[in-house]
Each structure stands twice: as structure tokens, then as C-alpha cells.
Design a protein around this ligand. Structure first.
Ligand SMILES: C[S@@+](CC[C@H](N)C(=O)[O-])C[C@H]1O[C@@H](n2cnc3c(N)ncnc32)[C@H](O)[C@@H]1O
Length: 221
């Protein structure tokens, strides 16, 4: 009789399966990836673009523990207020939200006692806050700085997960720069890049949101 398979699904397989789901939005696809990631790689979580707090709330639900802190960043006080209300309403009062640009992420995480090599997932949702001032968007230069700093804090098998909306001015350039920067890191070794560009029906391909995940490799023993 064949032995039951106990092989752990690899990240690439899981990524391919989750991004193949047609019935859900890309936000939900990303949340599915975070959940699967948490199951094999728990740790400190960071939301680099808090907005209304829906992604932060999902991180808090997935973690379900205060053992690992959760940090969030946004430049808009209004976003931090809305997210705080949402998290408190849902019972997550320990999430630390910082009204600060994510290009100070490294400095602030260090001040908070977060050590390098301990963060399991830093997520970025690039674009503007829906139903708000559409001119306040993430910017290529600061996004790249934040990604670089975030990469220094990842534990092995940790993720930088980016959902990039490209329909606003500068959005395509920001997305291309993020992808290029992730590919460059991969070229230096120790990282893998997973990329999903859905080309959804009925929308110009260049306006579809896209997923880029940079994953820190396991260290060789
Ligand atoms: C697409 S929204 C994020 C949506 C959010 N994740 C949610 O679940 O509602 C992008 C957010 O990035 C924020 N943002 C823009 N520039 C930023 C920066 N330099 N640092 C941190 N947040 C920034 C905007 O204020 C906006 O709230």
C-alpha cells in the first residue's frame, strides 16, 4: 500500500494555486496567500500601507495571537483613525499603528524593539485610499526605500507581498520599479520572486492590479 504523502507544499505551488482562483478578488487571493504563509512561517507582521485597515485586520485575524506584534504605517491621520476604529471594533486593540511614511519603517521598527530577521510578512497595497484624496498615493521613491528596509527585517521564508494598483498617475512606473528592484535582489542570491499579472477580461491589461512577492530563501545549514 502506498504510504500517505506528508510532503509539504512548496511556496511556488501554493502561489500558483492561490493565484489561479477566479472566483475572488486579488485582495482575497493575497489574503489566502498570507494565511497559508502564516501556517508555515509565523512571526511579526507589518502592513506598510494601512489605509482603511482592512488588510491590517486580516493580518490580525490570521495571526490571532499577541505573541507576535503587528505594526502598521500610513501617512494619512484619517486612515490611521479609521483603521484604529475598525481594529478596536473587531477586538484587536494591540496592533501598533504609526502615522508615518513607510520609508521610516526600519527606524521605527528598531525603536519598537523589532529585531532584524524576525518579520514574517510585510505587505504593501500600493495606490491611493479609496473614497479619499486620490492625489495622496504611494510614490515610487519612498516605496523602494521602504521595500529595501523591510527586506532587512524578514526572517527566513518571510515575505514582502505587494499588491500594486496601476491605474493612477505614476502607478505603472511604481509597479515596474518594484518588480525591477525585487528581480535585482533575486539576482544577488538568497531571494525568490513570484509575480502574478492577471490580464483580467474587460480591463486594459496595464490597468489590472498585480501581485509581486519577494520571498527570503531558507538559509543553508
Ligand atoms: C491602496 S491604499 C491601502 C489600502 C489598505 N491596505 C486597506 O486595506 O484599506 C494605499 C495607502 O497607502 C498610503 N500611503 C501613501 N503613501 C504612503 C507612505 N509613504 N507611507 C505609508 N503609507 C502611504 C495612503 O495614504 C493609502 O492609505
Amino acid at each position: 500500500m502506498a504510504a500517505a504523502s506528508t510532503r509539504r507544499e512548496g511556496f511556488s505551488e501554493m502561489f500558483a494555486r492561490e493565484t489561479d482562483r477566479r472566483d475572488v478578488s486579488l485582495t482575497k487571493v493575497m489574503h489566502g496567500i498570507w494565511q497559508k504563509q502564516w501556517n508555515v512561517c509565523p512571526g511579526i507582521l507589518v502592513d506598510a500601507t494601512v489605509g482603511k485597515g482592512r488588510d491590517t485586520l486580516e493580518l490580525a485575524r490570521i495571526s490571532g495571537t499577541t505573541e507576535f506584534p503587528i505594526h502598521g504605517f500610513d501617512v494619512q491621520p484619517q486612515a490611521i483613525e479609521q483603521a484604529t476604529e475598525l481594529l478596536n471594533r473587531e477586538g484587536f486593540v494591540d496592533v501598533k499603528l504609526h502615522c508615518l511614511s513607510h520609508h521610516y519603517l526600519g527606524q521605527r521598527l528598531s525603536e519598537e524593539g523589532v529585531e532584524r530577521g524576525t518579520v514574517a510578512n510585510v505587505c504593501f497595497n500600493l495606490g491611493f485610499l479609496p473614497s479619499s484624496d486620490k492625489t495622496i498615493t504611494t510614490q515610487k521613491e519612498t516605496t523602494l526605500q521602504a521595500l529595501e528596509q523591510a527586506s532587512l527585517f524578514l526572517r527566513e521564508e518571510g515575505l514582502l507581498s505587494v499588491l500594486s494598483y496601476v491605474g493612477h498617475p505614476g502607478g505603472v512606473e511604481e509597479y515596474e520599479a518594484v518588480l525591477e528592484s525585487c528581480l535585482e535582489l533575486r539576482g544577488r542570491g538568497g531571494w525568490t520572486v513570484h509575480h502574478f499579472d492577471p490580464h483580467r477580461e474587460g480591463r486594459a491589461p496595464e490597468l489590472c492590479p498585480k501581485i509581486i512577492i519577494l520571498r527570503k530563501d531558507e538559509e543553508e545549514s
